[in-house]
Design a protein around this ligand. Structure first.
Ligand SMILES: [Zn+2]
Length: 312
């Protein structure tokens, strides 16, 4: 399915007809950034006040039940137009962007955020959106609407991880098979597994294996906690899975000077930490990042254990 032109047309039309979105995309060009260097990679900090809605969102069951779902077609802003993506997705402009081109891709039905059975769709979208990187937040790993299934997409080349998986020296081969390879990233602030293949079935099988291993670590969760990033390069897909043990850092729940209003999801694990308050933006340094990511990423021990299974 060729989507390049229809999506570009959607952006042109929406930025012309929808003042809220136009204003926020214009403001995005002015946001403050700072880069924090680690050995062999960096984390970019984006000060983005409009993201307070998502970072501060109440995601407990009763708050979710009491608010209208903005991903349901009937509740969306009247200006928001969509592009159908068969069999049951809609491509929408995200009116509160992090990326210069930011799409939200909800299911047309109000069904909960669960990835099972959808990796095929994820791979198709990555193939059909060659200028975009596809994103998925688990229901307890950053999704601000965990009751309505959605992917996101952002323009390619924006997230540091897309570069890092080619150049970071800590990338370690775990397993090489005829149809694809599995890697982990060592000393990368957060744990992740990288799957590289041009074979859809191989990726489906291997992703299923990984989610089973993660599920064994978190048997009480409906879906193990992780974020997923994927894109298609010329000959193959890249899938990057960030296993998690927590959604928000303890500083989120503090008050006064100790509070950091951060709600890290897939973009933050991809290497762009989104910070909606200026005072937090100013406070964040290398040590704060080490503390925050270590609270959220899967433990070293559990990750080592999973690596052993993946190698075996
Ligand atoms: Zn909904």
């Amino acid at each position: 399915m060729q989507l390049k032109e229809p999506i570009e047309d959607l952006f042109q039309e929406q930025l012309q007809d929808w003042p809220l979105a136009a204003g926020n995309y214009a403001d995005l060009q002015q946001v403050l950034w700072k880069d924090i260097d680690f050995e062999g990679f960096e984390i970019k900090i984006q000060f983005n006040p409009e993201r307070i809605r998502s970072s501060g969102a109440k995601v407990d069951r009763s708050s979710i039940q009491q608010r209208p779902c903005l991903l349901c077609a009937g509740n969306r802003p009247p200006e928001q137009k969509g592009l159908d993506y068969p069999p049951h997705y809609t491509l929408l402009l995200n009116p509160y962007p992090i990326f210069p081109r930011h799409l939200t891709i909800p299911d047309t039905r109000h069904v909960s955020q669960q990835i099972q059975g959808r990796i095929k769709d994820f791979l198709s979208l990555a193939r059909d959106l060659p200028d975009y990187t596809l994103l998925y937040n688990g229901p307890k790993s950053g999704a601000s609407a965990p009751d309505h299934f959605h992917f996101q997409a952002g323009n390619k080349g924006f997230l540091p991880v897309e570069h890092d998986i080619h150049f970071f020296p800590g990338k370690k081969l775990l397993k090489q098979e005829a149809l694809g390879s599995i890697y982990s990233m060592e000393n990368y602030l957060r744990h992740c597994f990288v799957y590289e293949s041009n074979h859809e079935e191989w990726l489906l099988t291997r992703f299923h294996q990984l989610t089973q291993l993660l599920q064994a670590v978190q048997p009480a969760e409906e879906e193990p906690m992780f974020n997923l990033i994927g894109w298609k390069e010329e000959s193959h897909w890249q899938l990057v899975v960030f296993p998690r043990k927590q959604h928000r850092p303890r500083q989120f729940y503090e008050t006064g000077d100790n509070q950091l209003l951060l709600s890290p999801g897939v973009v933050d694990f991809g290497g762009v930490l989104v910070v909606p308050r200026k005072e937090d933006f100013d406070k964040i340094d290398k040590n704060v990042l080490i503390d925050i990511y270590s609270q959220l990423t899967l433990s070293d021990e559990a990750t080592r254990n999973i690596c052993r299974h993946l190698i075996g």
